[in-house]
Design a protein around this ligand. Structure first.
Ligand code: FAD
Length: 623
């Protein structure tokens, strides 16, 4: 095939950020090239074979709402599905699936290979071409050059990657893959602030060497949830169970006895690790009072015997890994197929990025994924989509776009990173969002799909599906609101008979649905109330919008108020000592970061909403 050397957008790296970036750019019509080390590893899950979870599932839905690939791939690869927090409110309910690693990769590769305007080329990128301060292309390992108006870098854990297993260390991008050392060196010469982070992964185990007797089986939910708004349960492959076991006192003794050979504790690893995904040695040290930690035994796929023991990520020497694994119930005779390891890599301070993920230092150069200090496939994919989209918009002479904090978790992620930076691998949690009730998994399409369509990353069929859903919800809400049920009419009698509810005054079907003991399915049992809907997504939407109407309205007002404050200026030279009631900590932080607006002040980490209220009172008094 003839490869033209001029593109609109070049994406470096075929991981989760890179594939979404390349697909998004190509969807907008930009001529896009995806350059990666190895076409066989496109869409590879470097660590655990799972997609979604609390906060992360929200990101997957938002990526899907913007036309992305991750939810589709998960639907085709998910072999055990669960809705987490199912008994809690709709804001924190989250979808998670265990994925067949090979099926996931194949699904992503298929989407990349069949995407119009997108070409693939297998080659390591060793350098960027920068002219007049602007990026204008890349140079590969073989010395080939490709030019483009925008370049998106998504090198993951590969930049100067160093793998540690006990005291042994070697250069690598992840186990089995080479690092990107030359590129890392070249990037260190650019005016972007780099530092080191680390992450780790557990040893893998042969399922046939595990004794499952007495271990807890954890089947998936039935019916299984679905990730994509356009997806269906029928796409899911065969379903399997996960299992649960625990570490023992003996495991912890083995770990404590080997800390002097742990690269984490001997100072060999300098990078900071993910606080929320700690290694087992970290957990044993930090939570010394706990005598046991839970381990999920997760299948790696349908056609493999490897399992992923989730919860024992480690970089201890191999002999210690074997001993600690075999001290765990069910793993007494476990055969390790791949040792666990830690990896240290370069990342860049995300405060050097505009919120549309273009570097401030080098116009045309975008960064996305793990290299911005995040951890996780979903966080990477979300950034990739935004970077790829904006790389293309810029080529097309259009204004950049990114969602606000009140529109999407993607907005929260980007705002947290670009305003506050991060000193440890950043992962998403629902607690990071202040407008959780608005940012639900069930309404990501209502929040984002229309905007995505206008921007050119959402295809017509998806937009049509959104419109149909939105109309159906609207019609049903109106219908329920106009159904009047009174103690004296036929509807009242039917409700009384079927639901055992005494109707004492005139009320609408909407009011009935608002009652905690009733849901849509119950109401639908009353035939006299008219034809009930069956589309699950529409029903779910109607229920949430009715039941949480009051809370949603209050949050909407709060968002409005916040938006007005966002741009309220704090004058230069403002004297924070004059603001009454601020704690010493808040005072210090505000004086150090000198925010230009109240919105920025509110996002300085450690500055509480209460402190912002005090600041507002003071600012108003001055005026
Ligand atoms: P990656 O998935 O790393 O993809 C980078 C891609 O870029 C690769 O395809 C690579 O070949 C390509 N590439 C790199 N440099 C070049 C170059 N110069 N030229 C061409 N191609 C290049 N996440 C968690 O949430 N929890 C965990 O516990 C966890 N543990 C992890 C443990 C390990 C050992 C590793 C390696 C990763 C772990 N992760 C974990 C992180 C997760 O794998 C990443 O967050 C995610 O893969 C990041 O996606 P990405 O697209 O940014 O980068």
């Amino acid at each position: 095939m003839h490869h033209p050397t001029r593109y609109d957008v070049i994406v470096i790296g075929g991981g989760h950020a890179g594939t979404e970036a390349a697909l998004a750019a190509a969807r907008t019509g930009a001529r896009t090239l995806l350059l990666s080390h190895n076409i066989e590893t496109i869409g590879q899950m470097s660590c655990n074979p799972a997609i979604g979870g609390i906060g992360k599932g929200h990101l997957v839905k938002e990526i899907d709402a913007l036309g992305g690939a991750m939810a589709h791939a998960a639907d085709r690869a998910g072999i055990q599905w669960r809705t987490l927090n199912a008994s809690k409110g709709p804001a924190v309910r989250a979808t998670r699936c265990q994925a067949d690693r090979a099926l996931y990769k194949a699904a992503i590769r298929y989407m990349v290979e069949t995407q119009p305007n997108l070409e693939l080329f297998q080659q390591a990128v060793d350098d960027l071409i920068i002219e007049g301060g602007r990026v204008c292309g890349v140079v590969t390992q073989m010395g080939l050059t490709f030019s483009a108006r925008s370049v998106v870098l998504t090198a993951g854990t590969f930049l100067a990657g160093k793998i540690h297993i006990g005291q042994a260390q070697y250069a690598g991008g992840r186990a089995g893959d080479p690092p990107a050392s030359t590129l890392a060196q070249k990037l260190r010469e650019l005016p972007v602030a780099a530092d080191r982070l680390k992450t780790g992964t557990p040893p893998r185990i042969d399922l046939r060497s595990i004794d499952f007797d007495g271990l807890d089986e954890q089947p998936g939910d039935t019916p299984a949830p679905v990730f994509s708004y356009l997806g269906s349960r029928e796409e899911h492959p065969r379903q399997v169970s996960c299992w649960i076991t625990h570490t023992s006192e003996r495991t912890h003794e083995i770990i404590r006895g080997a800390l002097d050979r742990s690269p984490l504790y001997t100072g060999q690893i300098e990078g900071v690790g993910p606080r929320y995904c700690p290694s087992i040695e970290d957990k044993v040290v930090r939570f010394a009072e706990k005598s046991s930690h839970q381990i999920f035994i997760e299948p790696e796929g349908l056609d493999t015997f490897e399992i992923y023991p989730n919860g024992i990520s480690t970089s201890l020497p191999y002999d210690v890994q074997l001993a600690l694994v075999q001290s765990i119930r069910g793993f007494e005779h476990a055969h390790i197929t791949r040792p666990g390891y830690a990896i240290e890599y370069d990342y860049f301070d995300p405060r050097g990025l505009n919120p549309w993920l273009e570097t401030r230092a080098i116009p045309g150069l975008y960064f996305a994924g793990q290299i911005n200090g995040t951890t996780g496939y979903e966080e990477a994919a979300a950034q990739g989509l935004i970077a790829g989209l904006n790389a293309a918009l810029s080529v097309q002479g259009k204004a950049p776009w990114y969602p606000r904090r009140d529109e999407a978790y993607i907005g929260v992620l980007i705002d947290d990173l670009t305003s506050n930076g991060t000193i440890e691998p950043y992962r998403m949690f629902t607690s990071r969002a202040e407008y959780r009730l608005h940012l639900r998994e069930d309404n990501a399409d209502l929040r984002l799909t229309e905007r995505g369509f206008e921007l050119g990353v959402v295809e017509q069929t998806r937009f049509d599906a959104l419109r149909a859903k939105r109309d159906a919800v609207e019609r049903e809400l109106q219908r329920l609101g106009s159904l009047w049920i009174s103690p004296t009419n036929a509807l009242g009698a039917a409700v009384q008979r079927q639901l055992g509810i005494t109707v004492t005054r005139e009320t609408s079907a909407t009011d009935l649905l608002r009652r905690p003991e009733l849901d849509y399915a119950r109401l639908a049992e009353v035939a006299e109330l008219g034809p009930a809907l069956t589309a699950e997504d529409v029903v779910a939407q109607v229920e949430v919008q009715v039941k949480y109407a009051g809370y949603l309205e209050r949050q909407r007002e709060e968002i409005e108020r916040q938006r007005r404050q966002e741009h309220l200026p704090i004058p230069a030279g403002f004297d924070y000592d004059k603001v009454r009631g601020l704690s010493a900590e808040v005072l210090l932080k505000l004086k150090r970061s000198l925010p230009a607006t109240v919105g920025q002040a509110a996002r300085v980490s450690g500055v509480t909403p209460a402190a912002i209220s005090l600041l507002l009172v003071h600012l108003k008094r001055r005026n």
